[in-house]
Write a protein that binds this ligand. Structure first.
Ligand code: GAP
Length: 522
């Protein structure tokens, strides 16, 4: 069994995530989150909100519709350009995204090559269908948006409906699209929100929501889905101020883990200060946000630094709307460094497009100069499902010594921070005390109550789903009003008074260890 299969089995068995509609055989590219996965996903989303919305007091969250009119994607360029190259077998129906197919066989990155260039690579390297060995058809381009028909289809309209539009015009009017990125929603909301929020710049509009792409080859659990969740922050700002950020001085010596285009040959991560990236020509406003993103991964999500990097994309690879584009990547056990998000400088590409197509002005006034301008956009884009998968992958350990799996998820992320275990089930006084503690603690922390099986089994079960501290109420608790707290990471324990329990857990939640509590470690 591969590691990905092992993790996928674990995720299903424990209730993190599993293929959707499985009783009907499932549907490729669609996943559901179970009771633990939903907690983990919500924790990630809440931490993301708290962190990124607090970067500026003019950053706000909105929630919007997932289906949008055709013109939105005409303006954004998705109708024309949001396409992937696909390679087809001439005989057996095999299909794969052509750049992934070529990368799989030639072991080199070819993202961004045109369909013609990919066809040439396939022919030059004599690649055939991996399933039936037949010849492959020339690579073609495939638009990944999902159209949806709104309302009743044209052809069943009664004849009496006045024929103001041609049939194809009418049908086009009824076609809308499931958004392929959440970003377009803040763009179409921009002007109204700007006015509602007292016309201040920069303005940040964050959105956590679903996006839909008709991926050619969905795969690897939730890493490539057809319906997925993005957490994106769109920062609208004055282009004239791109070479500054009021807080840049505070982060200029911070070391960023980067693979620049110039490092490609070595494919080694190089630590560079924020200041040195500015000297290489990147704007301060952009680099400041690289720092904030890296700090989010290392300090909040606790991803080990060696498993995190920024990967700079070249002209061919970056998305059609981007001027600067760094992906941020986490190293996974089987998939090496994997994109979990991107920092995109989208210029005025989107707002200009919406101004042109909607005929609504997107201009705002610069109060200092009295000049009008269309704001530029810096986009911080995160795939929620990929991040949740990465958190599980990085924190999953099959610990041979303890004989069970341990999920090393940090406090704010793990589905349950603490577990309450009455030592024995059949002693009502112990159960009553345990319930009292549980009812009290669950007001402040995510708590699990477990009274089934031996305490050893309960510890193992708790380790497997990431419970960070287990609290056991035993016979002595009835005498001395104390309980033991066990640390998932070390299995060490401390004995503490029940009256102090909540305060001590708060310290542990804030990142302190047993050694900071002043209690004897047993
Ligand atoms: N608004 C910009 C945008 O959508 P993107 O690089 O296409 O940029 C952003 O997507 C993030 O969304 C990716 O870094 C990834 O984490 C996630 N994502 C994209 N396609 C995905 C898919 N098919 N399945 C799961 N996550 C996906």
């Amino acid at each position: 069994m591969t590691f990905t299969e092992e993790l996928a089995t674990f995720c299903k068995k424990k209730g993190f995530m599993y293929p959707s509609s499985e009783i009907y055989g499932g549907l490729a590219g669609f996943y559901d989150y179970g009771h633990l996965g939903t907690r983990l996903k919500h924790n990630f989303e809440n931490i993301w909100r708290k962190y990124f919305l607090s970067l500026n007091d003019n950053f706000h969250e909105i929630e919007t519709a997932n289906i949008m009119p055709r013109d939105v994607f005409k303006a954004s360029g998705h109708l024309e350009k949001f396409a992937d190259p696909v390679v087809n077998c001439s005989a057996c129906g095999f299909k794969e995204r052509a750049d992934h197919f070529v990368e799989r066989f030639l072991k080199k990155r070819v993202e961004g090559l045109t369909s013609e260039e990919l066809t040439k690579e396939i022919n030059k390297n004599k690649l055939f269908c991996p399933t039936c060995k037949s010849e492959l058809e020339p690579v073609r381009s495939f638009n990944m948006m999902f159209p949806v028909q709104l309302g009743v289809a044209h052809k069943i309209y009664p004849k009496s409906v006045p024929a103001l539009l041609t049939k194809s015009e009418e049908e086009q009017k009824n076609i809308a699209y499931l958004r392929p990125e959440t970003a377009q929603s803040p763009y179409v909301n921009f002007k109204l929100q700007y006015e509602l929020l007292r016309k201040r710049m920069p303005l940040g509009l964050a959105l956590i929501g679903r996006a839909y792409r008709n991926e050619i080859s969905p795969r690897n659990v939730t890493l490539r889905l057809r319906e997925f969740i993005q957490a994106e922050l769109q920062i609208f700002f004055n282009e004239a101020k791109i070479n500054d950020h009021p807080l840049f001085e505070m982060v200029k010596e911070y070391k960023l883990r980067t693979v620049l285009i110039e490092d490609r040959e070595r494919t080694k991560t190089v630590e560079r200060t924020a200041q040195s990236l500015v000297q290489k020509g990147l704007p301060k406003y952009y680099v400041y946000h690289l720092v904030k993103i890296q700090q989010f991964y290392l300090e909040i999500l606790k991803i080990p630094s060696e498993k995190f990097r920024f990967y700079q994309l070249n002209e061919l690879e970056r998305a059609f709307y981007n001027k600067y584009h760094f992906d941020f990547e986490v190293e996974l056990q089987e998939h090496s460094f994997t994109e979990v998000g991107g920092l995109h400088y989208r210029t005025d590409h989107d707002l200009e497009g919406h101004q042109r197509v909607s005929q609504e002005s997107m201009e705002v006034l610069d109060e200092e100069t009295g000049k009008k301008f269309v704001p530029h956009v810096l986009e911080l884009s995160f795939g929620v499902d990929r991040n949740v998968y990465a958190l599980l992958d990085v924190n999953y350990e099959n610990n041979k010594e303890r004989g069970n799996i341990i999920l090393h998820l940090p406090s704010g992320l793990t589905p349950f921070f603490c577990g309450i275990f009455p030592l024995v089930k059949n002693k009502p006084e112990i159960a009553a005390k345990a319930e009292e503690i549980y009812n009290d603690l669950k007001q402040q922390f995510s708590c699990l109550y477990d009274e089934a099986g031996s305490v050893g089994r309960r510890y193992a079960r708790a380790d497997e789903i990431g419970v960070e501290y287990e609290i056991t109420i035993d016979f002595a608790s009835l005498e001395d009003n104390s309980v033991t707290i066990r640390d998932r990471e070390t299995t060490k324990q401390v004995r503490v008074k029940i009256t102090q329990l909540s305060g001590l857990l708060q310290k542990l939640f804030a990142g302190k260890g047993f050694e900071d509590l002043g209690e004897k470690i047993i």
